[in-house]
Design a protein. Structure first.
Length: 157
C-alpha cells in the first residue's frame, strides 16, 4: 500500500475580458451558461451537472472522458461549495476532485472581477492539496487556463 502523501500548490491566472463584470459574473452564476463553458469540453461528456449558486450552496459536475484522451472511459467528479459571493466582484469556493470515485485533490479558489475601461480583469487564485502523487499543479493550472479561455468564448471573445 502506498504511503499517504500530499503536495501543495498555489497559482494565479489573470485574464481580461471585453465584457463588463455583470456579464462575467453571470457566466459563473447561471447554471446553463456555467455548464456550457465549465462542464462541456471536447474531451469529456457531461453525465450530470447541478448548481445552487449561493453562499453555502453547492455545485457538482460528473463527466466521462472520451476516447483519445489521457483517461478514456474514466469518470471525473468535481464537487464545490460556495463560501463567499459578492455580486459582480468575487466568488470563493472550495472544491474536491475525484476520478473513478478516488478523491485526488481539494482546493480553495477565489475569482476576483475588477472593472476596467475595456471590460473586466479576472484574477483566479487556486490553492490546492494533491493526494498520493495525483496530477499536481501543472495539470491543474493548464486545466483552469483552458476553462477560462472557454469562459472567454462563452462571452463572445
Amino acid at each position: 500500500m502506498q504511503e499517504p502523501t500530499v503536495t501543495h500548490s498555489t497559482f494565479v491566472i489573470e485574464k481580461s475580458y471585453a465584457a463588463g463584470p455583470e456579464r462575467v459574473f453571470a457566466a459563473f452564476a447561471d447554471p446553463a451558461r456555467k455548464r456550457k463553458w465549465y462542464g462541456e469540453s471536447a474531451g469529456r461528456d457531461v453525465l450530470e451537472y447541478s448548481s445552487d449558486f449561493r453562499v453555502g450552496g453547492s455545485e457538482r459536475t460528473l463527466s466521462k472522458f472520451k476516447e483519445g484522451t489521457p483517461f478514456p472511459g474514466a469518470t471525473l467528479t468535481a464537487e464545490s461549495t460556495f463560501l463567499d459571493i459578492v455580486e459582480k466582484r468575487r466568488i470563493v469556493f472550495a472544491y474536491t476532485m475525484s476520478m473513478d470515485g478516488r478523491r485526488f485533490s481539494t482546493s480553495l479558489a477565489t475569482v476576483e472581477l475588477l472593472p476596467t475601461a475595456k471590460g473586466t480583469d479576472l484574477i483566479f487564485t487556486d490553492q490546492s492539496a494533491f493526494f498520493e502523487g495525483s496530477d499536481g499543479a501543472q495539470m491543474r493550472e493548464a486545466g483552469w487556463r483552458k476553462l477560462l479561455d472557454n469562459l472567454g468564448n462563452e462571452l463572445g471573445q
